[in-house]
Ligand binder design. Structure first.
Ligand code: SF4
Ligand code: SF4
Length: 182
């Protein structure tokens, strides 16, 4: 042990330093928010409760039941049941999310080629039964109406839904340019 270390030990230098730091912060304003009376607006794009996007033209879900979101989901918490409609198009009979199993990774949102599924900024939900966290198609559409309808939803899809067709356009053009040069 060096003399310096010995002096520090004898005079409790580290402890005094810690106490000084505590005293310094004792009279500074608190940074803790008094939730739930004090709330902060969630950041745009934060990953809260799921919602199915409602098509403004048809008033129905935009989802076509392709199942990509369910295939990508690492928690296996998306369940989709489809049937064939009159015009031989897929009809989404049931679309369900078991929210208690979700890890809010947003892979389902990224996988969707139609921008039909979003994670809303709503995070304040609770319940007493498992059923309350089992979101059916109607409940997921209600979530869209409640938390994402209007400019909020449009902004979300503009900023956070990727890839878009325009992204592919840029890549295709740059590949073609590269091909022409070589
Ligand atoms: S956010 Fe992740 S875990 Fe949750 S449903 Fe989507 S893919 Fe599954
Ligand atoms: S990936 Fe999109 S369109 Fe396909 S089933 Fe999921 S939400 Fe519907």
């Amino acid at each position: 042990m060096t003399v310096n270390e010995l002096i520090k030990k004898v005079f409790f230098v580290e402890i005094l330093k810690g106490l000084a730091l505590t005293l310094k912060h004792l009279f500074s304003p608190a940074v803790t928010r008094q939730y739930p009376t004090e709330k902060r607006e969630p950041f745009p794009g934060s990953r809260g409760l799921h919602a199915l996007v409602r098509d403004p033209e048809t008033g129905r879900e935009k989802c076509v039941g392709c199942g990509l979101c369910a295939a990508m989901c690492p928690s296996r918490c998306i369940h989709i049941y489809t049937s064939e409609g009159d015009d031989h198009k897929k009809v989404v009979d049931r679309y369900e999310v078991d929210v208690l199993r979700c890890v809010f990774c947003a892979l389902c949102v990224e996988a969707c080629p139609y921008g039909a599924l979003v994670l809303t900024p709503h995070y304040e939900y609770s319940g007493y039964t498992r059923e309350e966290f089992y979101y059916t198609k109607d409940r997921l559409l209600e979530n869209w109406d409640k938390y994402m309808a209007g400019p909020r939803g449009a902004e979300y899809l503009e900023k956070f839904w990727r890839p878009k067709s325009s992204d592919f356009g840029v890549r295709v053009e740059s590949h073609m340019e590269e091909g022409a040069k070589s």
